[in-house]
Ligand binder design. Structure first.
Ligand SMILES: C[S@@+](CC[C@H](N)C(=O)[O-])C[C@H]1O[C@@H](n2cnc3c(N)ncnc32)[C@H](O)[C@@H]1O
Length: 275
């Protein structure tokens, strides 16, 4: 396990992923009924952008820092930026802290993190928080244990590090098993876009699951022709809330402009179904 998210915290890909995450979490508030959130690959919760590791790559510079310092209209990102700006200056929240910001008193959050040090940091962060449970356990194993949630309402974030060659396959299997247990949950899966071959295979495998509603979101900073480079960031949304695509697309188009990704593009497509 070599991957450490501190080297990438707040980069363009985190901004896209976490912005869409906040949109989906807001939707859960439309009903009073309690929900559970499961974050299968949680990381450490909050990242110091001034740390040696973060400054080594300086990826936040063309991500969150660019958005925060932009003079362009940022109204699309209001809710997301509200969560970011609640952190101490120079710190960026990861998915656990963003999810926690959307819990009401009746809701719960489950976090899985396998890296021993990251698990400890996360445990310290949520120490004594009765609504959050941190598990030192493989994220896919957690899904088997936790689904379906007792509330029968839930959101699942699957955000693996893609260190393993077969991660796309593992994702498809994980989603198959999870969907069998809990077909009404909203799932958001993150994946890297380097070149298109593995993505095409991934989409074909997802189609084979015969899940009625799957939306794909692609945000490219460059055409995907150099497989050694993170050219773009992708999201799979299972059971997307009604017309969410109409919120995501214009916001991501705006983000391309803010980031000055002049060769970039955004593409949303229904892999299965439509709404
Ligand atoms: C991309 S990072 C997560 C970032 C986080 N979701 C966020 O948005 O802030 C992936 C994390 O998964 C952890 N990890 C790797 N393999 C895992 C596994 N099988 N189960 C759970 N966590 C794992 C890594 O240590 C790393 O912290």
């Amino acid at each position: 396990m070599n991957y450490r998210h501190i080297y990438h915290a707040g980069n363009f890909s985190d901004v896209v992923k976490h912005y869409v995450l906040t949109l989906l979490l807001q939707k859960l508030h439309e009903k009073e009924k309690a929900f559970s959130i499961i974050d299968t690959h949680a990381g450490i919760g909050v990242y110091n952008l001034q740390s040696q590791q973060a400054l080594k790559t300086n990826e936040a510079q063309e991500g969150i820092l660019k958005l925060l310092h932009s003079s362009q209209d940022r109204s699309f990102f209001e809710q997301y930026l509200k969560v970011i700006q609640k952190q101490k200056t120079g710190f960026y929240p990861g998915s656990p802290v963003i999810c926690r910001a959307f819990l009401r008193s009746q809701d719960r959050l489950w976090l899985s993190e396998l890296h021993p040090e990251d698990f400890q940091s996360l445990t310290r962060y949520f120490d004594k928080d009765p609504q959050v449970k941190v598990l030192h356990q493989d994220g896919y194993t957690s899904l088997k244990a936790l689904l379906p949630p007792r509330e029968k309402r839930g959101f699942i974030l699957i955000d693996p590090p893609f260190e393993e060659r077969n991660e796309f396959k593992t994702l498809v299997n994980g989603l198959r098993e999870s969907y069998k247990r809990f077909a009404t949950g909203i799932y958001m899966i993150w994946f890297p876009i380097k070149d298109l071959k593995p993505i095409k295979e991934f989409y074909a495998a997802l189609k084979g699951l015969e899940i009625p509603k799957i939306l794909t979101v692609e945000f490219l900073r460059k055409p995907p022709i150099t497989p050694e480079f993170l050219n773009g960031t992708g999201l799979i949304i299972v059971n997307p809330p009604w017309k969410i695509q109409e919120k995501i697309e214009p916001a991501l188009e705006r983000l391309l402009k803010i980031f000055e990704f002049t060769e970039g593009y955004v593409r949303l497509e229904w892999l299965c179904g439509e709404n």
